[in-house]
Design a protein around this ligand. Structure first.
Ligand code: ADP
Ligand code: MG
Length: 659
């Protein structure tokens, strides 16, 4: 517990102790008697009665005078006595309210508490005023403990922050803050330690636990040359890693930044609460005044009971449980998701995710692995080796999965000196200058564009045509494999209530039909350019569907941004995808999508439960109060109780629902 919270707790205990003492020990009485007997008025009165024989009338006046004086004195004594615990427990609330009145923006719960308790003092309910403040502070304390807890548990669940880095400098080891390590330096990571900064393995082989980043529990084997991400834990043997980024640009920093900023983007229900509180408080104050006036004028309750009813209404209407538990629930949901390698960029997206009824998926790299194997090489005029040489050279600068697969299949050294200007034509292929002449490598659409005399292949698969100028040189047939969990993930998506699943692809009709059938998707559109993917998505959005688009971030950024929720897969290490998407899946398991939807639905359910529950209890106490069946103690106790239950309920979002 922080020092501030300890202090608050001590104040609560002290004030509670004083209240108990005041309740059981008649200090009020004693002190009152003492002061009354010491007052000069009472002494002279007594003397006058003994010494002179004044008239009965003036004696009566004197007696009345002194008894009024005595009541006032006793009242002041009681106020002063109860002010001690009241101030012990409430001075900061008073200070806060005064400061806000100064700023002109004072209609908040602190202000409510101050008027309510001052009012109670004014009508002589001193113990009650103090108790109300005490309960209020207890609630506040509980709330800050809960917020802290959930922050901490998210941090420790993610547990990815490296405390230090061991750098190899001047032939020795030096332990420094990760911020101080420069790009290109070599860090040593021993077994059991966290990789502090993104980099490439310079020497050593080991297994890494990337669970904190991806939620994947199986260790990943790594060897020299492999990319490693900060936040993974080295398991078996020491590694030397050459850093490729500064700490601020490393995966850990990015994830933490994302999770921390995620609460800035507020969901509708959260914005509603803030607005609600803004109009609500003044409305409630006015209503309370009306209630007090109404009771005083139209009933025979008497002034002080009428004021009391008004004050009671004020206390009951304090919306703390709502104001606290809603953001806390979102915070928990986002935390639970990030623990599973699902980064959600704001509570608004969590809310949007919970409503998704249509999921649109990209094919290459999303439903399929995106690593193509070469099935056939069909040259025209030139020989097969030359054809793949040219294709690999043209593709060597592209990061498209087709390009990377052709380069990998070629496998030989690429003489970059032969390569001139290269242009990537999204959804079509590549235009490249090789040995001074212009080549085109890509799909049928590209060949049509340039007017090459090409022919389609009889083999199933993605066909990569090659042309020199308009002269057709032949084609390479490549095939991708489905991700193992794709069919299962589609089933699970349907189970979680997604009615429509659609695949979009720039690949040809034949491949699209086969992939769609294999994964069990009923609707697909093939041969699309990135821009026509956006159009298709827009037609789906226009019939009031709530659409999520899932892509790998390679040339589908426009669709990712346009969808209600853009989900990028396999994003570990890909900045473009992290930028464009609203939800980022750290690994490329499709099962994370239904999981994200389930977490979102659970969070929203808890948010709604909290809203309904606290409003219900409020109204119940208001009704009881109006009937004269509830007092202020019950009201505040009810409020704190609702707050505690709402917080406990919100904490449930941290637990990931089972499939
Ligand atoms: P998808 O919609 O399946 O993710 P893209 O829109 O990235 O695919 O690409 C659509 C098609 O364009 C691919 O199937 C391929 O035929 C062709 N293509 C795109 N980029 C390249 C490239 N670098 N080399 C060859 N063909 C490409
Ligand atoms: Mg793609």
């Amino acid at each position: 517990m922080s020092r501030k919270k300890k202090k608050t707790l001590i104040r609560i205990l002290l004030a509670a102790f004083l209240l108990v003492v005041l309740h059981f020990v008649p200090i009020e009485q004693w002190l009152g008697d003492l002061i009354v007997s010491l007052l000069p008025g009472s002494a002279t009165n007594a003397a006058a009665e003994i010494g002179t024989s004044s008239s009965a009338a003036s004696a009566a006046v004197n007696a009345a005078d002194s008894s009024l004086c005595n009541t006032v004195t006793r009242r002041i004594v009681a106020i002063v006595l109860y002010l001690i615990p009241y101030l012990i427990i409430g001075f900061d609330v008073l200070k806060g309210a005064v400061r806000k009145i100064g700023k002109g923006d004072f209609f908040d719960e602190e202000f409510l508490m101050v008027i309510a308790t001052f009012g109670a003092f004014a009508i002589g309910e001193y113990p009650e005023a103090t108790e109300v403040m005490l309960f209020y502070q207890l609630g506040e304390l509980f709330q800050s403990i809960a917020v802290d807890r959930s922050r901490k548990s998210i941090a420790s669940l993610m547990d990815i922050c490296p405390e230090s880095a061991t750098v190899l400098r001047d032939g020795g080891e030096e332990t420094v803050d990760p911020i101080e390590v420069e790009v290109g330096e070599t860090v040593l990571v021993k077994p059991g330690e966290k990789v502090p900064i993104d980099g490439v393995i310079a020497s050593g082989t080991s297994a890494l636990n990337t669970a904190a980043l991806t939620g994947e529990s199986l260790p990943v084997e790594v060897a020299p040359g492999a990319k490693v991400f900060s936040g993974s834990i080295n398991l078996t043997s020491a590694l030397q890693i050459t850093t490729t980024a500064a700490y601020e640009d490393s995966t850990v920093s990015k994830i933490l930044e994302l999770v921390e900023n995620s609460t800035d983007k507020k969901a509708h229900s959260e914005k509603f609460i803030t607005k609600f509180a803004h109009y609500y408080t003044p409305a409630v104050v006015i209503l309370a005044v009306l209630i007090a006036l109404g009771c005083a004028l139209f009933t025979d309750l008497g002034i002080s009971t009428s004021i009391y009813r008004g004050l009671l209404f004020l206390v009951v209407s304090c919306p703390c449980a709502l104001v606290v538990s809603v953001p806390l629930s979102f915070f928990g949901g986002i935390g639970a998701a990030s623990r599973r390698g699902i980064l959600i960029k704001g509570s608004n997206y969590l809310e949007a995710l919970s409503k998704i009824d249509t999921v649109v998926l990209d094919k290459t790299g999303t439903l399929t692995q995106g690593t193509f194997a070469v099935d056939a090489i069909h040259p025209n005029e030139i020989d097969a080796d030359e054809l793949i040489d040219i294709a690999a050279l043209a593709e060597s600068r592209s990061t498209h999965p087709v390009a990377e697969s052709i380069v990998a299949a070629h496998g030989k050294h690429i003489d970059a000196g032969r390569l001139g200007d290269v242009e990537e034509l999204a959804g079509k292929g590549i235009r490249a200058v090789i040995d001074g002449s212009e080549y085109f490598v890509g799909n049928g659409r590209l060949m049509e564009d340039i007017g090459a005399d090409f022919h389609e292949c009889h083999l199933p698969g993605t066909v990569v045509h090659v042309a020199r100028g308009t002269e057709y040189l032949g084609h390479i047939v490549i095939n991708d494999v489905l991700k193992k969990d794709s069919p299962e993930a589609m089933r699970s998506l349907r189970d979680s209530g997604v009615g429509r699943i659609v695949m979009l692809t720039g690949d040809n009709e034949k491949v699209a039909a086969k992939v769609a059938a294999d994964v069990g998707i009923d609707q697909y559109f093939a041969g699309l350019l990135p821009a026509s993917k956006v159009e298709k998505l827009e037609t789906m959005l226009s019939d009031n569907s709530h659409v999520a688009f899932v892509g790998d971030g390679i040339n589908d950024a426009p669709v990712l941004t346009r969808a209600d929720v853009g989900i990028a897969m396999g994003a570990l290490g890909s900045d473009a995808a992290i930028e464009a998407a609203d939800v980022v899946l750290m690994d490329d398991h499709l099962s994370k999508i239904p999981e994200a939807i389930r977490i979102a639905r659970k969070t929203m359910r808890i948010v709604r439960e909290n809203i309904v529950f606290s409003i219900f209890v409020k109204i119940a106490i208001m009704v009881l109060g109006a009937l004269g069946l509830a007092d202020m103690r019950l009201a505040v106790f009810g409020d704190v109780g609702v707050l505690v239950l709402a917080i406990l309920n919100a904490a449930r979002t941290l637990r990931v629902p089972k499939a």
